[in-house]
Design a protein around this ligand. Structure first.
Ligand code: MBD
Ligand code: FE
Length: 287
């Protein structure tokens, strides 16, 4: 039988090894386990608190909300900040600011050429036409880029995470035309709030935090030879613009809403009355 002090136990956990394993996984695990041992000791974490935490993690995993928690605790934004610091250190030209993907992206949305309609009749909310160009950092238009766009429905919920919506509802891929242009019609989405009565809301309530995001539209813009851009644009005027639970908003990504009347050629998008236009170009860094 072996008797250990806390430190002897930690050293043994961290040094125990019968195969080479993966050195990087060992390094990261050792660090996290050491930090947790220390937190339990420093904060005098009681058995019921420890097991309540384990139970919460198990429920979190089963709920599929891990990505909400990483975003809400700032990890997604941290990773973006670090990427941009690496860009600056390497002297790489900046493109459109990136913003976090979030946990609600679904690959494989229907593809159209040049333009798409995301919503359907009867129209919800304010009709939106968003359009612009994809360019590289030298200003050259990128034809054939794929603009993958997704946003929440009028209740702030995303298809594939909401049983009331069809698969790929409000999700499309648009291939830019010869001038690098894209255009889509949809409606201005509302903000998002974390689901109530869930492991995520449980933690946020205990932290005294809200779980709201301001209204936004997500993009993943990809093209041959260029670095894929993950970003979001924000709708101006939202209460949570500077108080996003996921810390994802950025100065350069709040768009301007331009009231307009439909020019010729908008029939194909079903736009035949005053609508709101948003112009936004995406600039992609070299791969
Ligand atoms: C969202 O809609 C979102 O965009 C992020 C980043 C996190 C949770 C919900
Ligand atoms: Fe979102």
């Amino acid at each position: 039988m072996a008797e250990y002090t806390q430190q002897q136990l930690l050293d043994l956990v961290n040094s125990s090894q019968v195969n080479p394993g993966d050195e990087r996984v060992r390094q990261i695990t050792q660090r996290i386990v050491s930090d947790l041992f220390r937190a339990i000791d420093d904060l005098d974490i009681k058995p019921d608190e420890f097991w309540a935490g384990v139970d919460w993690l198990a429920r979190l995993g089963a709920s599929g909300q891990l990505g909400l928690i990483t975003a809400g605790l700032g990890f997604d934004r941290l990773i973006d900040i670090r990427e941009e610091e690496a860009d600056v250190a390497a002297g790489r030209a900046a493109g459109t600011p990136r913003a976090i993907e979030g946990p609600l992206y679904i690959a494989g949305a229907p593809l159209s050429d040049g333009q798409a309609r995301l919503d359907e009749d009867p129209a919800q909310g304010t009709v939106l036409v968003m359009e612009g160009q994809v360019r590289d950092v030298d200003g050259k238009p990128v034809a054939g880029a794929l603009v993958d766009v997704w946003h929440a429905n009028e209740l702030g919920r995303y298809s594939h995470f909401d049983p009331d919506q069809e698969d790929y509802h409000l999700r499309r891929k648009i291939r830019t035309d010869a001038q690098g242009r894209y255009r889509f019609r949809s409606f201005i989405p509302p903000g998002y709030a974390i689901p109530p009565n869930s492991p995520t809301s449980e933690l946020f309530e205990a932290l005294g935090r809200h779980g709201n995001r301001p209204a936004h539209i997500h993009f993943l813009v990809a093209a041959e030879g260029l670095r894929t851009l993950t970003t979001q644009v924000n709708i101006p005027g939202d209460t949570f613009l500077d108080d996003d639970f996921a810390f994802a908003t950025r100065d350069g990504l709040v768009v301007e809403l331009q009231p307009d009347t439909p020019p010729a050629g908008y029939e194909s998008l079903g736009v035949d009355a005053p609508f709101t236009r948003v112009c936004f170009d995406f600039v992609l860094q070299p791969a």
